[in-house]
Write a protein that binds this ligand. Structure first.
Ligand SMILES: [Zn+2]
Length: 352
């Protein structure tokens, strides 16, 4: 038993070594300019903002408020009833403001909301938002709700964030260099010299994590899916969205050239597939995050990715030829209607 385990372990090590040589060196814990690959933040205002955002969505009864990363937010009420009536009212008014305004919008796509998230990410844990580029009503709502949030939730949320940051940091020390190295080689991209900022928040959105083009990444610390190697895959998945502006046009232009209509979310399937594959090759026993999603048919292209993208991940051929084969696999059979030359821009529609 032990002997066979040792042999199995050796073959995994050998495979990873061979794979590393196909995709370059073993990587580094820091960027080209010596910055960490990811810098984690535990920001008061980002946490307050996202908590109110998901509570507002829950109050609006949006379908996504029943998703597991956010469904328990309205029950997160420990110590709330000990507040006096005035503080409870202040809190309810803040949720009402979000319910009527910000929570009606998509935290990933709405430009103003993205601006608010970015502005709050840059604020230190002060009692005031003075000088922050925020719409005045948003600023006033957050500043009024802040003392209540600090009294009831912040200690607990902050502890949850710190625990998640410690766990993720340990995994990144162990596996981060290899994973980042392989992903950059596979996508033929550079890791940004300044690294990537990750705002860790008790709640993020229904997906548990999301990324804004140009940063930051927002990641929930209360989502069970973000623990262990799954959390490692999620943070790298979000990091891969930084290359959407390169990969989506590459897929679309290839589709146009081959006169093939590809699924809008193919770029996203590519991220799920690639991040899941790479982390499962590096971390023993890791199960790719998307396994249940493929099984439920939520993501397009699993068959084509297995046939035409996997060989490239295994070290065969080039990125351009793999993309060409993958896109070509979506060509309609000759007896069906001709595909429209129009291609669609993909969008990041999940949280992960
Ligand atoms: Zn994603």
């Amino acid at each position: 038993m032990l002997g066979s385990m040792k042999r199995a372990f050796s073959s995994v090590v050998l495979f990873v070594a061979l794979w590393n040589s196909a995709f370059g060196q073993s990587g580094s814990l820091v960027t080209a300019t010596g910055k960490p690959l990811f810098t984690f933040h535990n920001g008061f205002w980002i946490n307050l903002h996202h908590f109110l955002y998901v509570l507002g969505r829950a109050r609006n009864g949006t379908a996504d408020s029943q998703r597991s990363p956010v469904m328990h937010a309205p029950e997160d009420l420990e110590d709330f009833n000990a507040l006096n009536k005035r503080d409870r009212t202040t809190w309810q008014e803040a949720i009402e403001f979000y319910r009527n305004e910000l929570s009606k919008r998509d935290v990933i796509f709405d430009r103003e909301l993205i601006g608010i998230t970015r502005a709050l990410a840059s604020v230190l844990d002060s009692s005031s938002l003075a000088g922050t580029a925020l719409p005045s009503q948003v600023r006033e709502t957050l500043e009024r709700a802040a003392p209540v949030y600090r009294r009831v939730w912040w200690d607990r949320h902050s502890r949850s964030n710190k625990t998640r940051i410690t766990a993720l940091s340990a995994l990144l020390v162990q596996y981060g260099p290899q994973v980042s190295n392989m992903l950059t080689h596979i996508y033929e991209q550079q890791w940004p010299a300044n690294g990537l900022d990750v705002e860790v928040s008790a709640y993020a959105n229904w997906g548990g994590a999301y990324s804004i083009g140009g940063g930051p990444i927002i990641m929930s610390s209360t989502d069970d899916a973000g623990t262990g190697s799954e959390g490692l895959e999620i943070v790298f998945h979000e990091a891969m969205h930084q290359w959407d502006d390169a990969m989506i046009p590459l897929l679309d232009s290839t589709a146009q050239r081959l006169n093939v209509k590809i699924p809008r979310d193919l770029f996203h399937s590519l991220i799920f597939y690639t991040a899941g594959y790479v982390v499962s090759r590096i971390v023993p026993g890791h199960r790719p995050y998307a396994e249940p999603l493929w099984a439920r048919g939520v993501l397009p292209g699993r068959t084509q990715l297995d046939a035409d993208w996997l060989p490239y991940l295994q070290g065969n051929g080039s990125l351009s030829s793999a993309i060409e084969k993958l896109v070509g696999a979506f060509k309609s059979p000759p007896n069906s209607l001709p595909p429209s030359p129009e291609t669609q821009n993909g969008k990041h529609t999940d949280g992960a």
